[in-house]
Design a protein around this ligand. Structure first.
Ligand code: SF4
Length: 271
């Protein structure tokens, strides 16, 4: 199975700038940026972000406004602030180099930690995301989760080939073994026990989407550094006050905004 998978990957694998480097900063940025955003839509933004913040030190020293402006349009502003918090830890203490240690960085979960540990530091570890879960579940013929998924992923990993294997599984899941699989063009079809195993992709509720949209709109308005009241934001954006209020509460709790005497303003954690 592995040889056929690798032969397919050599011909059809996707070429991304973060695959040409083992710089942990470049890899961490790519992983955070591609969470919940289509990967082929972020390449330009990724290159621009790294141009502005080429290492953890530059992001650590930036204002929250500059970070959020650079992140604008990518959604989930909290991720940008977590990335900055992680950069500050790295700027002060250096890089953790194992998946276990990387998870101590702000906003870095098991998947991102495994991806950085593998692609930057060569740790032989599977990066388990929904793509890998779907491919392996079909391959072994049963829906995998939790410990069973981790164990199957670990034992499937060929010795010393974690970088290639993780990349190949990602690309197979993105291009062939999609939620509706294209088994007719699959390089490992002869090893696959049950293509009908369905692993639903994580879904976002309509409510989350609408509040997220409002949160993004608020942050874009607030990037000018002014202080605004709930009323003013509601009038400016044309959204009802309840939704603005929910979004302000969430943005304040996440540290994106701060409540001030005159309303709400962009939080700058350096001050
Ligand atoms: S044969 Fe079909 S279900 Fe199985 S791994 Fe390939 S694309 Fe996925």
């Amino acid at each position: 199975m592995v040889e056929r998978l690798f032969a397919w990957y050599d011909r059809h694998g996707r070429s991304f700038p973060w695959r040409q480097t083992s710089d942990p900063w470049a890899i961490l940025v790519s992983e955070v940026m591609s969470q919940q955003t289509q990967i082929d839509r972020i390449v330009g933004r990724y290159l621009a972000f790294l141009d502005q913040f080429p290492d953890p030190d530059t992001l650590a020293a930036a204002s929250a406004g500059d970070v959020l402006a650079a992140w604008s349009g990518l959604g989930y502003n909290r991720r940008a602030l977590h990335l900055q918090a992680a950069a500050r830890v790295v700027a002060t203490s250096g890089w953790p180099t194992t998946a276990r240690e990387l998870q101590t960085l702000p906003g870095v979960g098991p998947y991102t930690a495994a991806a950085v540990a593998c692609f930057a530091f060569g740790e032989q570890i599977p990066a388990i995301d929904t793509n890998l879960k779907r491919v392996l579940s079909r391959w072994v013929g049963q829906p995998l989760d939790g410990q069973a998924l981790a164990e199957t992923a670990r034992t499937s990993l060929p010795d010393g080939e974690a970088v290639r294997w993780n990349s190949a599984i990602m690309d197979l899941g993105a291009q062939v073994c999609k939620p509706v699989p294209r088994c007719d063009r699959c390089p490992v079809a002869q090893d696959c026990l049950d293509p009908t195993v369905y692993v639903p992709p994580p879904r976002q509720s309509r409510f989350d989407g609408s509040v997220r949209q409002t949160r993004g709109a608020i942050v874009r308005v607030m990037l000018d550094g002014e202080t605004r009241t709930l009323d003013a934001l509601s009038v400016h954006l044309g959204h009802d006050e309840a939704r603005i209020s929910s979004a302000l509460t969430a943005l304040t709790a996440e540290g994106v905004l701060q409540a001030t005497a005159g309303g709400f303003a962009l939080a700058d954690k350096r001050s």
